[in-house]
Design a protein around this ligand. Structure first.
Ligand code: SF4
Length: 295
């Protein structure tokens, strides 16, 4: 990739992260953001982009990178400390043998990921408190979010995904996903060019999540048939019309009366298709532009 194209890619990633931060109020003055770094392409990219934005953002915030060494066999424990030291970012490596717990509790052949992630989450929440972090940043991106939406619909009969900002289960932490507006393809290209020291995620020996893999393939086929479909699904998650769905907790169908017609928007026009607004993130407001201003 030529330097010009790389600069464009870097600018796009920074812009998208800055816009997501602005849109969801992810980072405020004085925040101390704990950036969870797993050794995968997504978290390396998130850390680098956040470090870049930190220099130009209109608010001051601190970053502290955290890696959880789960004691999986073959985990190259020197890689992240060396890399993070070289980067000059404050960091902490947390060693907790969740691998043995998972192996002990889950029978052979059963999927281990849900217990493993629950344990990891609990540890990260605890570490955030120890470090005095006010936000916990995770490296999920747009494609993860769209996949999760379909996984929840297909397997949980529920329309929900990964929010860009949420309160943790223990009610002690705010979790943010600054890569929410970034595409996996961009992150993959960026990561390859930056030659990050990637640590493979299958060291635990667990089977790749088959259901997620299937949804990924389904979306890839759709995207080939109609480019832009993933972005449109993502946009749809930001433009919900409760009166045109079926959740009576979200909309008072029982109390729907003709007298209310003037107070409601959409009415039956919500059945019409609209051309989606150009590409995501191109209409950033001044505040966001300031946030993403490059040096
Ligand atoms: S793939 Fe392995 S390390 Fe990753 S969540 Fe699943 S069990 Fe844990």
């Amino acid at each position: 990739m030529k330097t010009y194209e790389f600069n464009k890619l870097q600018k796009r990633l920074r812009h998208n992260v800055g816009k997501a931060i602005g849109d969801f109020g992810m980072i405020a003055e004085g925040d101390r953001v704990m950036v969870c770094v797993s050794g995968g392409k997504d978290s390396y990219t998130m850390l680098e982009v956040l470090m870049g934005l930190q220099k130009t953002a209109p608010v001051n915030f601190e970053l502290v990178a955290v890696n959880l060494d789960q004691k999986q066999p073959g985990f190259p424990e020197h890689v992240l400390p060396e890399y993070l030291t070289l980067l000059g970012v404050e960091h902490r490596i947390v060693e907790e043998d969740t691998y043995s717990i998972v192996k002990e509790k889950i029978p052979e052949g059963k999927t281990t990921c849900s217990l493993c992630s629950r344990l990891r989450r609990g540890i990260l929440y605890r570490v955030a408190k120890e470090l005095g972090a006010t936000k916990i940043a995770l490296g999920h991106h747009m494609d993860d979010m769209v996949e999760t939406l379909f996984l929840n619909m297909f397997h949980g009969a529920r329309m929900k995904s990964m929010p860009a900002k949420l309160i943790s289960d223990d009610k002690q932490n705010i979790v943010i996903r600054p890569l929410a507006y970034c595409r996996e393809k961009d992150i993959g290209t960026f990561s390859a060019i930056r030659k990050y020291p990637i640590i493979p995620c299958n060291l635990c020996g667990s089977q790749e999540n088959l259901a997620r893999k299937k949804v990924k393939t389904m979306l890839a086929v759709w995207e080939r048939e109609q480019p832009g479909r993933v972005v449109n699904v993502f946009r749809a998650m930001q433009r919900i019309t409760p009166s045109h769905l079926l959740d009576a907790d979200l909309f008072d169908f029982e109390g729907l009366q003709l007298e209310l017609a003037d107070e409601l928007s959409d009415l039956d026009t919500a059945f019409d298709f609209e051309l989606p607004a150009a590409t995501l993130g191109l209409d950033a407001g001044q505040k966001i532009m300031n946030f993403t201003r490059l040096k």
